[in-house]
Ligand binder design. Structure first.
Ligand SMILES: Nc1ncnc2c1ncn2[C@@H]1O[C@H](COP(=O)(O)OP(=O)(O)OP(=O)(O)O)[C@@H](O)[C@H]1O
Length: 278
Protein backbone atom coordinates (compact mmCIF):
# COMPACT_ATOMS: atom_id res chain seq x y z
CA UNK A 1 0.00 0.00 0.00
CA UNK A 2 2.70 2.45 1.03
CA UNK A 3 6.34 2.17 -0.08
CA UNK A 4 8.79 4.71 1.20
CA UNK A 5 12.20 4.43 -0.48
CA UNK A 6 15.22 6.39 0.76
CA UNK A 7 12.98 9.33 1.66
CA UNK A 8 14.67 12.53 2.74
CA UNK A 9 12.91 15.84 3.21
CA UNK A 10 14.42 19.29 3.69
CA UNK A 11 12.32 22.43 4.20
CA UNK A 12 13.10 25.51 2.10
CA UNK A 13 14.91 27.10 5.07
CA UNK A 14 17.44 24.25 4.89
CA UNK A 15 15.97 22.31 7.80
CA UNK A 16 16.76 18.65 7.02
CA UNK A 17 13.89 16.85 8.76
CA UNK A 18 13.64 13.33 7.27
CA UNK A 19 16.77 11.33 6.55
CA UNK A 20 16.81 8.32 4.28
CA UNK A 21 13.65 6.57 5.51
CA UNK A 22 12.70 3.16 4.20
CA UNK A 23 9.28 1.93 5.30
CA UNK A 24 6.71 -0.38 3.69
CA UNK A 25 3.18 -0.52 5.01
CA UNK A 26 0.92 -3.39 4.00
CA UNK A 27 -2.81 -3.31 3.38
CA UNK A 28 -4.83 -3.58 6.61
CA UNK A 29 -2.03 -2.60 8.99
CA UNK A 30 -2.70 -0.18 11.84
CA UNK A 31 0.61 1.63 12.25
CA UNK A 32 1.34 4.14 14.99
CA UNK A 33 4.13 6.64 14.40
CA UNK A 34 5.58 7.99 17.61
CA UNK A 35 8.57 10.11 18.61
CA UNK A 36 9.39 13.24 20.51
CA UNK A 37 8.44 16.74 19.36
CA UNK A 38 10.19 17.73 16.15
CA UNK A 39 11.13 14.13 15.20
CA UNK A 40 9.50 14.63 11.79
CA UNK A 41 6.21 12.75 12.24
CA UNK A 42 3.92 15.37 10.69
CA UNK A 43 6.44 16.05 7.92
CA UNK A 44 6.36 12.32 7.10
CA UNK A 45 2.53 12.29 6.97
CA UNK A 46 2.49 15.36 4.70
CA UNK A 47 4.92 13.55 2.38
CA UNK A 48 2.60 10.55 2.32
CA UNK A 49 -0.40 12.49 1.05
CA UNK A 50 1.61 14.56 -1.39
CA UNK A 51 1.26 17.92 0.41
CA UNK A 52 5.07 17.83 0.53
CA UNK A 53 7.20 16.15 -2.13
CA UNK A 54 10.39 14.23 -1.20
CA UNK A 55 13.61 16.14 -1.72
CA UNK A 56 15.31 12.79 -2.17
CA UNK A 57 13.94 9.26 -2.67
CA UNK A 58 10.32 8.49 -3.44
CA UNK A 59 7.00 7.36 -2.01
CA UNK A 60 4.54 5.13 -3.75
CA UNK A 61 0.90 5.08 -2.58
CA UNK A 62 -1.05 2.17 -4.08
CA UNK A 63 1.46 2.21 -6.94
CA UNK A 64 1.30 6.00 -7.50
CA UNK A 65 4.53 7.96 -7.14
CA UNK A 66 3.63 10.98 -4.97
CA UNK A 67 6.15 13.21 -6.79
CA UNK A 68 4.48 12.56 -10.13
CA UNK A 69 0.84 12.43 -9.03
CA UNK A 70 -1.50 15.36 -8.40
CA UNK A 71 -2.69 15.66 -4.79
CA UNK A 72 -6.30 15.52 -6.05
CA UNK A 73 -5.56 12.05 -7.54
CA UNK A 74 -3.74 10.92 -4.38
CA UNK A 75 -6.77 12.12 -2.40
CA UNK A 76 -8.73 9.18 -3.86
CA UNK A 77 -6.21 6.77 -2.30
CA UNK A 78 -5.16 8.36 0.96
CA UNK A 79 -7.25 10.47 3.37
CA UNK A 80 -5.66 12.82 5.88
CA UNK A 81 -7.20 13.90 9.18
CA UNK A 82 -5.36 16.90 10.65
CA UNK A 83 -4.69 17.29 14.36
CA UNK A 84 -6.92 20.35 14.63
CA UNK A 85 -10.28 20.08 12.81
CA UNK A 86 -10.43 23.87 12.60
CA UNK A 87 -7.49 23.77 10.18
CA UNK A 88 -9.51 21.51 7.92
CA UNK A 89 -13.07 22.90 8.13
CA UNK A 90 -14.10 25.99 6.16
CA UNK A 91 -17.61 25.45 4.73
CA UNK A 92 -20.74 26.92 6.29
CA UNK A 93 -22.68 23.64 6.62
CA UNK A 94 -21.67 20.15 7.62
CA UNK A 95 -23.10 18.86 4.33
CA UNK A 96 -20.97 21.20 2.21
CA UNK A 97 -17.91 20.43 4.27
CA UNK A 98 -18.26 16.69 3.74
CA UNK A 99 -19.14 17.21 0.06
CA UNK A 100 -16.19 19.52 -0.68
CA UNK A 101 -13.58 16.89 -1.57
CA UNK A 102 -16.11 14.92 -3.61
CA UNK A 103 -17.01 17.99 -5.71
CA UNK A 104 -13.32 18.62 -6.22
CA UNK A 105 -12.80 15.23 -7.82
CA UNK A 106 -15.87 15.62 -10.02
CA UNK A 107 -18.37 13.25 -8.39
CA UNK A 108 -21.95 13.77 -9.66
CA UNK A 109 -24.49 15.66 -7.53
CA UNK A 110 -26.71 12.60 -6.98
CA UNK A 111 -23.81 10.44 -5.87
CA UNK A 112 -22.51 13.15 -3.55
CA UNK A 113 -25.78 13.16 -1.56
CA UNK A 114 -25.43 9.43 -0.85
CA UNK A 115 -21.73 9.54 -0.06
CA UNK A 116 -22.16 12.51 2.30
CA UNK A 117 -25.05 10.88 4.12
CA UNK A 118 -23.17 7.56 4.49
CA UNK A 119 -20.04 9.30 5.78
CA UNK A 120 -22.09 11.37 8.25
CA UNK A 121 -23.78 8.16 9.44
CA UNK A 122 -20.40 6.52 10.08
CA UNK A 123 -19.48 9.30 12.50
CA UNK A 124 -22.97 9.72 13.97
CA UNK A 125 -23.60 13.21 12.57
CA UNK A 126 -26.36 12.57 10.02
CA UNK A 127 -28.74 14.83 11.96
CA UNK A 128 -26.33 17.76 11.74
CA UNK A 129 -25.92 18.06 7.98
CA UNK A 130 -27.57 21.50 7.83
CA UNK A 131 -25.69 22.86 10.86
CA UNK A 132 -22.77 25.26 10.77
CA UNK A 133 -19.73 23.11 11.75
CA UNK A 134 -18.53 25.89 14.05
CA UNK A 135 -21.75 25.62 16.10
CA UNK A 136 -20.69 22.06 17.05
CA UNK A 137 -18.37 20.90 19.84
CA UNK A 138 -14.67 20.30 19.11
CA UNK A 139 -15.20 16.54 19.21
CA UNK A 140 -18.09 16.85 16.74
CA UNK A 141 -15.97 19.11 14.51
CA UNK A 142 -13.26 16.44 14.50
CA UNK A 143 -15.94 13.95 13.42
CA UNK A 144 -17.05 16.32 10.63
CA UNK A 145 -13.44 16.44 9.44
CA UNK A 146 -13.24 12.64 9.66
CA UNK A 147 -16.51 12.28 7.70
CA UNK A 148 -15.14 14.50 4.93
CA UNK A 149 -12.15 12.18 4.69
CA UNK A 150 -14.32 9.04 4.84
CA UNK A 151 -16.63 10.32 2.09
CA UNK A 152 -13.70 9.98 -0.32
CA UNK A 153 -13.69 6.23 0.43
CA UNK A 154 -9.90 5.96 0.41
CA UNK A 155 -8.21 2.67 1.32
CA UNK A 156 -5.68 4.46 3.52
CA UNK A 157 -6.48 6.79 6.40
CA UNK A 158 -3.75 8.95 7.90
CA UNK A 159 -4.42 10.56 11.28
CA UNK A 160 -2.27 13.24 12.88
CA UNK A 161 -2.88 13.12 16.64
CA UNK A 162 -6.62 12.55 16.19
CA UNK A 163 -7.57 12.90 19.88
CA UNK A 164 -5.43 15.90 20.86
CA UNK A 165 -7.41 18.76 22.41
CA UNK A 166 -10.48 16.63 22.96
CA UNK A 167 -11.96 15.36 26.19
CA UNK A 168 -11.78 11.67 27.04
CA UNK A 169 -15.18 10.67 25.64
CA UNK A 170 -14.73 12.68 22.41
CA UNK A 171 -11.32 11.08 21.87
CA UNK A 172 -12.76 7.65 22.57
CA UNK A 173 -15.59 8.20 20.06
CA UNK A 174 -13.10 9.04 17.31
CA UNK A 175 -10.87 6.08 18.15
CA UNK A 176 -13.78 3.63 18.21
CA UNK A 177 -14.83 4.83 14.73
CA UNK A 178 -11.23 4.39 13.54
CA UNK A 179 -11.14 0.90 15.10
CA UNK A 180 -14.30 -0.08 13.16
CA UNK A 181 -12.79 1.27 9.92
CA UNK A 182 -9.66 -0.76 10.54
CA UNK A 183 -11.73 -3.89 11.22
CA UNK A 184 -13.42 -3.35 7.86
CA UNK A 185 -10.03 -3.38 6.13
CA UNK A 186 -8.79 0.22 6.02
CA UNK A 187 -5.06 0.75 6.35
CA UNK A 188 -4.46 3.20 9.21
CA UNK A 189 -1.36 5.33 9.88
CA UNK A 190 -1.65 7.36 13.06
CA UNK A 191 0.76 9.85 14.61
CA UNK A 192 0.24 10.16 18.34
CA UNK A 193 1.94 11.08 21.59
CA UNK A 194 -0.57 8.97 23.51
CA UNK A 195 1.06 5.66 24.39
CA UNK A 196 -2.25 4.27 25.70
CA UNK A 197 -3.73 4.70 22.22
CA UNK A 198 -0.70 2.99 20.73
CA UNK A 199 -1.07 -0.04 23.02
CA UNK A 200 -4.81 -0.22 22.56
CA UNK A 201 -5.22 0.23 18.80
CA UNK A 202 -2.01 -0.18 16.79
CA UNK A 203 -0.54 -3.47 15.63
CA UNK A 204 2.71 -1.92 14.40
CA UNK A 205 4.76 0.91 15.86
CA UNK A 206 7.43 3.04 14.19
CA UNK A 207 9.55 5.28 16.42
CA UNK A 208 11.03 8.28 14.62
CA UNK A 209 14.02 10.03 16.13
CA UNK A 210 15.57 13.10 14.50
CA UNK A 211 14.12 12.11 11.14
CA UNK A 212 15.30 8.48 11.16
CA UNK A 213 13.65 5.21 12.16
CA UNK A 214 14.73 4.25 15.67
CA UNK A 215 12.40 1.26 16.03
CA UNK A 216 9.94 -0.51 13.76
CA UNK A 217 8.05 -3.63 14.80
CA UNK A 218 4.91 -5.09 16.30
CA UNK A 219 3.37 -3.04 19.12
CA UNK A 220 4.45 -5.71 21.60
CA UNK A 221 8.06 -5.70 20.37
CA UNK A 222 8.46 -1.94 20.33
CA UNK A 223 6.78 -1.32 23.69
CA UNK A 224 9.09 -3.88 25.27
CA UNK A 225 12.16 -1.79 24.26
CA UNK A 226 12.01 0.53 27.22
CA UNK A 227 15.60 1.74 26.94
CA UNK A 228 15.24 2.56 23.28
CA UNK A 229 11.93 4.38 23.88
CA UNK A 230 13.56 6.39 26.65
CA UNK A 231 15.98 7.83 24.04
CA UNK A 232 12.92 9.56 22.58
CA UNK A 233 11.50 10.48 26.00
CA UNK A 234 8.82 7.84 25.53
CA UNK A 235 7.54 5.39 28.10
CA UNK A 236 5.20 2.41 27.66
CA UNK A 237 1.80 2.89 29.32
CA UNK A 238 1.40 1.85 32.96
CA UNK A 239 -1.04 -0.93 32.04
CA UNK A 240 1.54 -2.39 29.66
CA UNK A 241 4.28 -2.28 32.32
CA UNK A 242 1.94 -3.95 34.81
CA UNK A 243 0.99 -6.60 32.23
CA UNK A 244 4.72 -7.28 31.63
CA UNK A 245 5.15 -8.00 35.34
CA UNK A 246 2.22 -10.41 35.21
CA UNK A 247 3.65 -12.02 32.04
CA UNK A 248 6.76 -12.92 33.98
CA UNK A 249 4.51 -14.78 36.40
CA UNK A 250 2.75 -16.57 33.53
CA UNK A 251 -0.39 -14.39 33.38
CA UNK A 252 -1.90 -12.14 30.68
CA UNK A 253 -0.04 -13.63 27.74
CA UNK A 254 -1.34 -11.28 25.01
CA UNK A 255 -2.72 -8.48 27.10
CA UNK A 256 -1.45 -4.92 27.12
CA UNK A 257 -4.43 -2.71 27.96
CA UNK A 258 -6.41 -2.22 31.17
CA UNK A 259 -9.61 -3.34 29.40
CA UNK A 260 -8.04 -6.61 28.21
CA UNK A 261 -6.53 -7.32 31.62
CA UNK A 262 -9.89 -6.64 33.24
CA UNK A 263 -11.63 -9.04 30.83
CA UNK A 264 -9.03 -11.72 31.49
CA UNK A 265 -9.30 -11.33 35.28
CA UNK A 266 -13.10 -11.49 35.11
CA UNK A 267 -13.11 -14.61 32.95
CA UNK A 268 -10.50 -16.21 35.25
CA UNK A 269 -12.56 -15.39 38.35
CA UNK A 270 -15.75 -16.65 36.67
CA UNK A 271 -13.95 -19.91 35.84
CA UNK A 272 -12.86 -20.23 39.50
CA UNK A 273 -16.38 -19.49 40.69
CA UNK A 274 -17.89 -22.08 38.35
CA UNK A 275 -15.31 -24.65 39.50
CA UNK A 276 -16.30 -23.93 43.15
CA UNK A 277 -20.00 -24.21 42.32
CA UNK A 278 -19.37 -27.57 40.58
N1 LIG B 1 7.36 24.74 7.21
C1 LIG B 1 8.48 24.47 7.89
N2 LIG B 1 9.65 25.06 7.58
C2 LIG B 1 10.78 24.77 8.25
N3 LIG B 1 10.88 23.86 9.26
C3 LIG B 1 9.72 23.24 9.61
C4 LIG B 1 8.48 23.50 8.94
N4 LIG B 1 7.51 22.73 9.51
C5 LIG B 1 8.13 22.02 10.46
N5 LIG B 1 9.45 22.32 10.52
C6 LIG B 1 10.45 21.76 11.44
O1 LIG B 1 10.62 20.40 11.10
C7 LIG B 1 10.90 19.63 12.27
C8 LIG B 1 9.93 18.48 12.35
O2 LIG B 1 8.62 18.99 12.49
P1 LIG B 1 7.36 18.02 12.52
O3 LIG B 1 6.16 18.87 12.78
O4 LIG B 1 7.36 17.15 11.33
O5 LIG B 1 7.72 17.13 13.81
P2 LIG B 1 6.75 16.25 14.70
O6 LIG B 1 7.50 15.02 15.04
O7 LIG B 1 5.42 16.09 14.04
O8 LIG B 1 6.62 17.19 15.97
P3 LIG B 1 5.38 17.37 16.99
O9 LIG B 1 5.27 16.10 17.75
O10 LIG B 1 5.80 18.53 17.83
O11 LIG B 1 4.15 17.68 16.16
C9 LIG B 1 10.78 20.61 13.45
O12 LIG B 1 12.09 21.03 13.78
C10 LIG B 1 9.98 21.76 12.88
O13 LIG B 1 10.31 22.96 13.51
Amino acid sequence: MIRINNLSYRYKNGNQVLKNLNINIKSGEFTAIIGQNGAGKTTLLKNLNGLLKPTHGNISICGLDTSKTKTSVLAKKIGFLFQNPDHQIFCSTVFNEIAFGLKNIGISHGEIENLVYNAAMKVGLEQYLKHDPFSLSKGQRQRVALASVLAMETDILVLDEPTTGQDYSEGLEIMEIVKELHKKGKTIVMVTHDMELVAQYANRVIVLMKGTVLEDGSTEEVLSKEESLALSNLKPPQAYLLARKFHKQGFFKDTYTVEDMFDEIISYLRGEQNACND
